[in-house]
Design a protein around this ligand. Structure first.
Ligand code: SF4
Length: 364
């Protein structure tokens, strides 16, 4: 069954037809810049060479769709400090481990004696807490896709020695921020996974206010190509609706249960996005009634002061805002590569630089 599904969404003949339509529709129109906001979309686009199928006037760029990339360096430092100075066990996802902080990465903190453990889920972290006599802090990063899991585990009342440093972020406010800043974006491919949670409604508001067409797309090549075609047609016709191409997974109202749990546990706050800036109401924090599990309260982690730190000459901020392609960073593939990453976009598997680099190496 899965094989049939993949055959359909990767069917060469259908993709050739859509490609032809894209070329026809793109004739005689000005340059169009389409932004996607999802690391998995970047992977599909790069892995299947979708950019090479498009006419020169249609550009698809990556946006701030990698949660690890946009996590402030100072928050990484805060976790490293906890492990080194307060003898706390920090649990986190593998992707965050090597991202440079202001002073140190978590990997370096571990080398200095900090107890940092890589986990696959917050529930694994809670299991660790049940077995040890030390404080355990889970570094909860991620967008609307992972936030419901954090909320669910908090509602299950974890042990007293467990808390979480929540830095969950919300995608629609980041999209709005880029539009408000005047970034040249003609249309969005909205993130598929995030959309399964939030549904279609939040994008409708943005499309209407900023007059930008949007497509919620799945992760197969055909999904992306249909999405691009739809956006080109909308842009040509001067329309700005939200087309749900991924209706096999995304419902108009989203995942009502997940949204309810998130609302019960979190409230919105202003949040720093590394390389981008402070975005109003784009973050989540635990509500007061759950502050026993809030590591920022438990360990008095003060508000993050230095936010936009990027290593010298690193252009991750511009990559995340869709201003340049990863290859346009002067460090790309030279001093910055996945073995020796300089910026966060080369560390995370969802980072645009890392994805493009790995595929370029295959081509070479
Ligand atoms: S190539 Fe490296 S330094 Fe340049 S933008 Fe990407 S991650 Fe940052």
């Amino acid at each position: 069954m899965e094989g049939d599904f993949l055959k359909f969404f990767r069917n060469k003949k259908i993709i050739e037809k859509i490609t032809k339509r894209i070329w026809e529709e793109a004739k005689n129109i000005e340059n169009i810049k389409i932004m996607h906001v999802c690391g998995t979309h970047e992977w599909t686009i790069t892995h299947f060479g979708i950019r090479s199928l498009l006419p020169n006037n249609i550009k698809v760029i990556a946006g701030p769709g990698c949660p690890v990339c946009v996590t402030p360096a100072s928050e990484i430092d805060a976790m490293a400090n906890l492990s080194l100075e307060k003898n706390v066990i920090i649990t986190t996802f593998g992707d965050v481990f090597r991202v440079p902080g202001l002073k140190t990465s978590l990997m370096e903190a571990k080398a200095m004696g900090g107890e940092i453990r890589i986990v696959y889920s917050i529930s694994e972290s809670i299991e660790i807490a049940k077995k040890v006599n030390k404080e355990v802090v889970h570094f909860s990063i991620g967008f609307e896709t992972t936030a419901p899991t954090t909320a669910l585990e908090i509602l299950k009342n974890p042990p007293e020695n467990f808390s979480t440093f929540v830095t969950h972020k919300l995608i629609p406010p980041a999209m709005e921020f880029l539009l408000k800043q005047g970034c040249k974006i003609d249309g969005f491919i909205c993130p598929g996974h995030v959309s399964t949670i939030i549904g279609v409604k939040p994008y409708r508001k943005l499309a209407e206010i900023y007059k930008k067409p949007m497509v919620i797309a799945g992760f197969e090549p055909l999904d992306i190509m249909i999405g691009i075609l739809n956006l080109i047609i909308q842009i040509k016709e001067g329309e700005y609706s939200v087309y749900n191409e991924y209706s096999r997974a995304v419902k108009e109202e989203g995942n009502i249960e997940a949204l309810k749990i998130m609302e019960e546990v979190f409230e919105c706050n202003n949040s720093w996005w590394r390389g981008i800036g402070l975005i109003e109401n784009s973050g989540l924090k635990l509500k007061k009634e759950f502050e026993n599990f809030d590591a920022s309260k438990k360990f008095n982690i003060n508000s993050i002061k230095e936010e936009n730190f990027m290593p010298k000459d690193c252009r991750c901020g511009d990559v995340l805002k869709g201003e340049i392609m990863p290859e346009e960073c002067p460090l790309f593939g030279k001093s910055c590569n996945p073995i020796h990453p300089i910026g966060p976009c080369m560390v995370s598997i969802e980072g645009a630089c890392s994805i493009v680099y790995k595929h370029l190496i295959k081509i070479l």
